[in-house]
Design a binder for this molecule. Structure first.
Ligand SMILES: Cc1cc2nc3c(=O)[nH]c(=O)nc-3n(C[C@H](O)[C@H](O)[C@H](O)COP(=O)(O)O)c2cc1C
Ligand code: SF4
Length: 569
């Protein structure tokens, strides 16, 4: 019997030793005479448990983690001594918190320490003991609460399939959306996307159907589809994780977009900081070409679509759509004035769909399962699922795909488990470096574009960076201004000059000089940047700055009357 073992090749897992673990498993299996097939899958997105190793059993995949090379001999010995079907009663493996080892039901997210707590085994669990008694045993992967509570539409295959196996992709429901699109007119595809309520996942939440409709209606001998995979927001990794774990879903989404708007060529714009993702993506594109999924005659349909991978040097502003187009055209990434919109006059002057990677990767599900299935999930005008990325000082960092409407507090405190340091949460920055800092008092805000905007925040690309009570918010405000000064493309004055002046003013406040007057000056400067900047880099930097000042005035040395005394008491 050959045992199928999954070890993620995702860069998050590689960073904590997945390659070493894979090598140790291969060597140890050889030594112990265990026949194995080693699959390098993507990550399931439970990063605090990486490297998360999975073993296929007739009852489903069971997980162990986080596995270190030193754990491997014991793990392989356990697998070698396990019966062919370790869970013969048909009931499946002991669930998390079941009779065998594993975290208790009260522990919603297994942690390494809880995973080591186990009770004596009895009955059928004894047969499964080589699995369940292992201190790193986590039960059925799908039953791990962090995973089980998710609604995975876009990331359904991520961490499940071999990312470079088109057969795996197809077997797991891939290409169903493309098959459906092939039977539809461009207008009907656009209509499906419109009905689904899908909004751009790059930050602005613009309705994707409207964007596609504009490009479809635009005249031009050639049109383009561009994937924005620049992913520069702090604390975000969803685009990377999907490129490394399920690259074909992006390719499928791009082809469907091409059919919808009448484009036959596309670009994926990624960044040099993503070498593993770029490698997987390049390989997936080559596989898709040789399988006839890309090229002049897609799957025998007579329709053409090709894709090129472009890798930027990693300037934050190159994620802004017009700067990105400049970069693809071979120029310095500098923002273009709008209008014209890229949908009318984009890449090389041609009508262009430019969408975030997650937007395009959501499309195959919509075509395969229907717009109504997608729109059935969500909140208000925010339909479908979002990929929340929990990062920073958080106990259970990872990717959590769920319907819009989940509250920030639920994500940070319940799902994320609070801070990694165990200290109280002071703030969560949502939406990248241009997103607002939300104090716990605002944690009831539901994830919804409008609800966040109403509280002077933004969802952005779904990044959530958690801070404990040791963070100094005036320094975070300074950091926001400094980030803007460094990353500014320099085209407009409020951003180029304003951000530098902003750093100086915050420095004066931190030094305690004319605090009230300088705080007023800072607020004025933020107003100018917000309304006078050409793009959202200068226009949204005021969000982190003003949220820090508004919600944490004491960190700027501003106290309500009598407040300083109260604080001292
Ligand atoms: C400074 C700046 C950086 C941006 N970075 C990204 C990025 O990394 N990825 C992204 O998809 N959108 C980014 N955007 C938003 C894009 O300009 C654009 O709105 C998006 O690609 C449109 O796709 P969507 O409709 O699918 O969201 C950025 C915008 C600004 C102003
Ligand atoms: S706001 Fe900043 S990044 Fe945007 S165009 Fe102006 S100078 Fe460039």
């Amino acid at each position: 019997m050959t045992v199928r073992i999954f070890v993620p090749g995702d860069s998050g897992a590689l960073a904590v030793g997945a390659d070493e673990v894979a090598a140790a498993i291969a060597a140890e299996a050889g030594k112990q005479g265990l026949a194995i097939t080693l699959v390098r899958n993507g990550s399931r997105g439970l990063y605090w448990l990486e490297p998360l190793i999975e073993v296929e059993t007739p009852a489903g995949r069971v997980a162990f983690g986080p596995v270190a090379p030193a754990d491997v001999p014991g793990l392989v010995a356990g697998l070698a001594s396990a019966p062919a079907d370790p869970f013969p009663q048909g009931e499946g493996p002991a669930r998390n918190g079941g009779g065998g080892a594993g975290p208790s039901p009260e522990e919603p997210h297994p942690s390494p320490s809880s995973a080591r707590i186990h009770s004596p085994l009895e009955g059928r669990d004894r047969a499964a003991a080589p699995f369940t008694a292992h201190p790193l045993y986590l039960g059925l992967t799908e039953d791990i609460p962090f995973l089980k509570r998710q609604t995975r539409f876009t990331f359904a295959r991520c961490g499940v399939v071999d990312p470079l196996s088109l057969e795996d992709y197809r077997a797991a429901g891939g290409l169903k959306g493309l098959a459906a699109a092939l039977a539809l007119t461009p207008e009907a595809i656009v209509d499906h996307v419109t009905q689904s309520g899908l909004r751009g996942r790059g930050g602005a939440g613009f309705p994707t159907g409207i964007k596609w409709k504009t490009v479809l209606a635009a005249d031009g001998p050639r049109k383009f589809v561009v994937t924005n995979a620049d992913e520069g927001d702090s604390g975000t990794f969803a685009d990377r994780m999907l490129m490394e774990g399920d690259p074909f879903v992006l390719i499928e989404g791009m082809i469907i977009a091409g059919f919808a708007v009448g484009a036959s060529h596309g670009y994926i714009y990624s960044r040099s900081e993503y070498p593993h993702a770029n490698d997987v993506m390049a390989k997936a594109l080559a596989i898709a070409e040789s399988a006839g999924l890309l090229g002049d005659d897609i799957l025998g349909s007579g329709r053409a679509f090709t894709v090129e991978l472009r890798i930027g040097a990693g300037a934050y502003v190159c994620g802004e759509e017009t700067a990105l187009l400049e970069s693809i055209e071979g120029r310095r990434g500098q923002v273009r004035a709008k209008p014209p919109l890229p949908a009318i006059k984009g890449l090389f002057g041609a009508p262009t769909v430019i969408n975030n990677l997650l937007t395009l990767a959501s499309v195959p599900f919509i075509l395969a399962e229907g717009a109504a299935a997608y729109a059935a999930v969500g909140f208000g005008r925010s339909r479908g699922t979002m990929a929340a990325q929990l990062a920073g000082n958080v106990r259970h960092g990872g990717l959590f795909e769920t319907g819009f409407g989940v509250s920030l507090g639920e994500l940070v405190e319940d799902i994320g488990g609070g801070t990694a340091t165990g200290r109280p949460i002071k703030a969560a920055q949502v939406g990248g470096p241009l997103g607002a800092y939300f104090p716990p008092a605002l944690f009831d805000t539901p994830f919804d574009y409008e609800a966040f905007a109403a509280r002077d925040g933004l969802i952005g690309h779904g990044g959530i960076v958690v801070f404990d009570d040791t963070v100094e918010m005036a320094r975070q405000a300074r950091f926001a201004m400094e980030f803007c000064a460094i990353e500014s493309c320099g085209k407009c004055t409020p951003c180029r000059i304003g951000s530098t002046r902003g750093v100086e003013v915050v420095d004066l406040i931190i030094a305690g000089r004319d605090v009230e007057a300088n705080a007023t000056l800072l607020a004025d400067l933020c107003e100018t940047m917000k309304f006078g900047s050409l793009c959202a880099l200068g226009g949204f930097t005021p969000y982190p700055v003003m949220s820090a000042l508004t919600h944490f005035p004491q960190d700027f040395g501003i106290f309500p009357p009598g407040g300083r005394m109260e604080a001292a008491e």
